[in-house]
Design a protein around this ligand. Structure first.
Ligand SMILES: [Fe+2]
Length: 155
């Protein structure tokens, strides 16, 4: 048990909340890779590259969430079976989707994560865990930026 001024039952709940985002980032990451691999059409080159940028930065978001869980003193779950139960992002198994649908789906997913984060940041803020509050605020900013780029593709 570490002595960093946090109540252990609050921290346990915070770790559960963080796992929800870890699972969601991992599921979202696979979805972006699906779109990177399977995109077709006149905008193939641009979107193939853009999706690669998105999943590369997204992989670092997942890693940072996982390491935040460790920083709070908890082990990080690493099971797809578990992730699929707690993710707020649904999987996409369609591998032949028009590019505009790929973009709108990724935008909706990013916006969903942002909306969920706002609620959880308030909850965590009430426990006095400013470190995680700040960390998740940073994660909101990253998803807001990704949302802006996706929205801009819609013209
Ligand atoms: Fe690739």
């Amino acid at each position: 048990m570490q002595e960093i001024g946090l109540n252990s039952s609050d921290s346990q709940k915070t770790a559960e909340i963080l796992h929800k985002y870890l699972a969601s980032e991992i599921v979202l990451n696979l979805k972006i890779r699906n779109f990177h691999w399977n995109i077709e059409g006149i905008h193939f080159n641009d979107l193939h590259k853009f999706f690669e940028e998105l999943y590369t930065s997204g992989a670092s978001y997942a890693d940072e969430v996982a390491e935040r869980i460790r920083t709070l003193g908890y082990h990080t779950q690493a099971s797809m079976k578990e992730y699929i139960q707690i993710t707020i992002i649904s999987e996409e198994d369609n591998i032949k989707m028009p590019s505009h649908e790929m973009i709108s789906q990724l935008l909706k997913d990013n916006e969903k994560i942002i909306q969920e984060l706002r609620k959880d940041i308030d909850t965590i803020g009430e426990t006095g865990d400013q470190g995680t509050e700040d960390f998740l605020t940073g994660l909101i900013q990253k998803h807001e930026k990704d949302s802006w780029m996706l929205r801009s593709l819609q013209g």
